[in-house]
Design a protein around this ligand. Structure first.
Ligand code: NAI
Ligand code: MG
Length: 372
């Protein structure tokens, strides 16, 4: 029996190609794993009316980790129209399998390393080395939303809100409400994850990203909890910044930052900004980590424009596999994989289109595998 059971979730579009490429590299590493395919994404939605079928959920309950490519998602009307005829008009609602996966398995940490590999022509600055911890299950992404707004909710809010109520007197369909919900538990565990990481890897500073001066209830609580948690880590400096200012400072002085921690939405925003500073979608990857399961993925989507062309950069997915190896305790294989990837980037002979070259997805993977 193999040492590890890995759920293999290619998904849609280029998800399939970058995962095939990553397998070339993992096979070269002699990583002792059994890979079990799981259906997820648009095809599953169209055929079965569920983008995250029950059998895939069950599979994720029985593996050590998962590697996930990318999925396609489309607006509600298109989703309905692309269902197989027998399923149309049956009231099925499309729900994002990624959001569901994060919530079902409580994958509360979204960990995104941001590293400028020497020689990458896409680096904004050489030497950038940041790590983003994004809360992954609550905040504005809690999924508690109202459009149209139920009368009862409107009345309750009017009665309770002492401040400006821009919705007073509006009809239910003249406005919409998305709730930003943050819990003490959710805030504390993500901040703790960031500080634990900083302490373990000798990082000097954790910057809390928020908007506590305006969004006082939720972000105020997040910041207050961060200050409490920080007291337990005397060797790590606590820093904080407003999300808007943060986007500016990150560009101005990326070297002033080390580990960043944020509620879900702000974490999503700074992650993409940070990813672009070290090469963009071909390089951005993340781990969705809970107590029992972790799912690793490139940040990009299914890029329908390039699907089936063997053209996109597989490095994001290969580095996601590297993080999976780290998480599974396969430190030396993880290091070897990162070094081989860094070497190909540094040599600059094999580059995919986004890096200004003409190498294919497969050629990039083979070049990295050759260095292992
Ligand atoms: P996308 O990330 O799929 O692609 C946007 C553009 O980025 C591509 O057209 C391409 O120019 C570039 N790109 C992406 N991955 C690349 C790679 N590995 N190498 C080189 N260039 C790369 O985003 P888009 O076009 O907004 O969304 C396409 C579909 O993917 C949509 O259905 C969307 O909902 C879905 N999506 C899924 C995500 C996921 O599975 N985690 C994340 C983002 C979008
Ligand atoms: Mg995003």
């Amino acid at each position: 029996m193999a040492k590890f059971r890995i759920a293999w979730l290619p998904g849609d579009g280029i998800g399939v190609e970058v995962m095939d490429a990553t397998r070339i590299v993992l096979d070269r590493l002699d990583f002792d794993a059994e890979y079990i395919h799981g259906d997820i994404g648009w095809d599953s939605w169209c055929r079965e009316g569920d983008a995250f079928p029950a059998r895939t959920i069950e599979l994720l309950g029985n593996v050590d980790a998962a590697l996930f490519g990318a999925i396609t998602s489309k607006p509600a009307k298109t989703a309905e129209a692309e269902l197989v005829p027998g399923l149309r008009g049956t009231g099925l609602l499309y729900r994002s399998p990624i959001v569901r996966m994060r919530q079902l398995f409580d994958l509360y940490t979204c960990l995104r390393p941001i590293k400028a590999y020497p020689g990458n022509p896409l680096n904004f600055r050489d030497g950038i080395d940041l790590v983003v911890f994004r809360e992954n299950t609550e905040d504005l992404y809690a999924g508690v939303e109202f459009a149209p707004v139920p009368q009862r909710l409107a009345e309750t809010l009017s009665a309770l809100s002492k401040n400006f109520a821009p919705f007073a007197g509006l009809a239910p369909d003249e406005y919409a409400i998305s709730c930003k919900i943050n819990t003490r538990k959710g805030s504390e565990r993500i901040v703790r994850a960031a500080f634990d990481f900083a302490q373990k890897f000798g990082r000097k500073k954790v910057t809390v990203v928020h908007k506590a001066n305006v969004v006082r209830a939720t972000d105020g609580m997040f910041l207050e909890i961060a200050k409490e948690v920080a007291k337990g880590y005397p060797g790590v400096q606590l820093d904080d910044a407003n999300i808007d200012a943060m986007t500016m400072w990150l560009l101005k002085n990326p070297f002033n930052y080390d580990v960043l921690v944020a509620p879900n939405l702000y974490g999503d925003i700074i992650s993409d900004l940070c990813a672009q500073m070290v090469g963009g979608l071909g390089f951005g990857y993340s781990g969705n980590i809970g107590e029992k399961l972790a799912v690793f993925e490139p940040t990009h989507g299914s890029a329908p424009k390039y699907a089936g062309q063997n053209k996109v950069n597989p490095i994001a997915t290969i580095l996601a596999a590297k993080m999976m190896l780290e998480w599974l305790g396969e430190a030396s294989r993880a290091r070897a994989l990162e070094e081989a990837t860094a070497a190909v980037i540094a040599q600059g002979r094999v580059r995919t289109y986004d890096m200004g070259g003409s190498a294919t997805t497969r050629e990039m993977a083979e070049a990295i595998a050759a260095g292992l």
